[in-house]
Ligand binder design. Structure first.
Ligand code: AMP
Length: 212
């Protein structure tokens, strides 16, 4: 089971990825999380750090290398879910080549659809508790007192617009690539996390197996 989750920043990709991975018993591979981890541990090259913080995309070779190494690990043998990769057609080509080499292939590409105005509102108010990793919305899902809150540098208003523009430019090329292969499944991403998961399960042809 190899799944690709595509969606603009703030669409709930991370939340859906966790729910789906738990259901299918596969690991979540998020290039954004891997890069943030490298940033925290001080191993991310300075030029990449600057690109990330301003909301730009890293060069394809940098992220393809990450995916090459991660998917070769033993826990990926039964499949995996990609979150935030591929973002460009060259990345999608590299992924295809990698999977052909492993004798496997993508089962489906799930696109979470959320209107831009809602995304901006979600991202600008998004905060993460540094200790637990829990994500909050300052208005709709406020953090408890005492939470140690972090506002991602790229969730600041000046970077948010750039990231959403980058996503729109990306989907213009990437989604037709997967649509032509018959792999694309569009899912309405507005609703509670559980509602969206149900829609994803239906789109994967597994309705009814998404309930707790
Ligand atoms: P994300 O959490 O997926 O929004 O990723 C955060 C940032 O990491 C992005 O804004 C990019 O700077 C970088 N990044 C993550 N995945 C990729 C990718 N597939 N290609 C290029 N840059 C990426």
């Amino acid at each position: 089971m190899i799944l690709v989750l595509v969606g603009p920043p703030g669409a709930g990709k991370g939340t859906q990825a966790k729910l789906l991975c738990a259901r299918f018993g596969i690991p979540q591979i998020s290039t954004g999380d891997m890069l943030r981890e490298a940033k925290r541990s001080g191993t991310l090259e300075k030029r990449y750090l600057d690109i990330m913080d301003s909301g730009g995309l890293l060069p394809d070779e940098a992220v393809i290398g990450l995916i090459d190494r991660r998917t070769a690990e033993p826990d990926c043998r039964g499949g995996f879910l990609l979150d935030g990769f591929p973002r460009t057609v060259p990345q999608a080509d590299a992924l295809d080549a990698l999977l052909v080499g492993q004798g496997s292939g993508i089962e489906a590409v799930i696109q979470l659809d959320v209107p831009r105005s809602l995304l901006e509102e979600r991202l600008i108010h998004r905060r993460t508790d540094k200790r637990s990793g829990q994500i909050y919305h300052l208005v709709y899902n406020p953090p408890p007192p005492g939470a140690e809150l972090e506002h991602r540098a790229d969730d600041r208003p000046e970077a948010v617009g750039k990231r959403l523009d980058a996503y729109e430019a990306m989907t213009a090329a990437l989604l037709p690539f997967y649509e032509q292969k018959g792999l694309l499944r569009r899912v309405d991403g507005v609703g509670t996390p559980e509602e969206v998961t149900q829609r994803v399960m239906s789109a994967l042809g597994r309705p009814g197996s998404g309930g707790e």
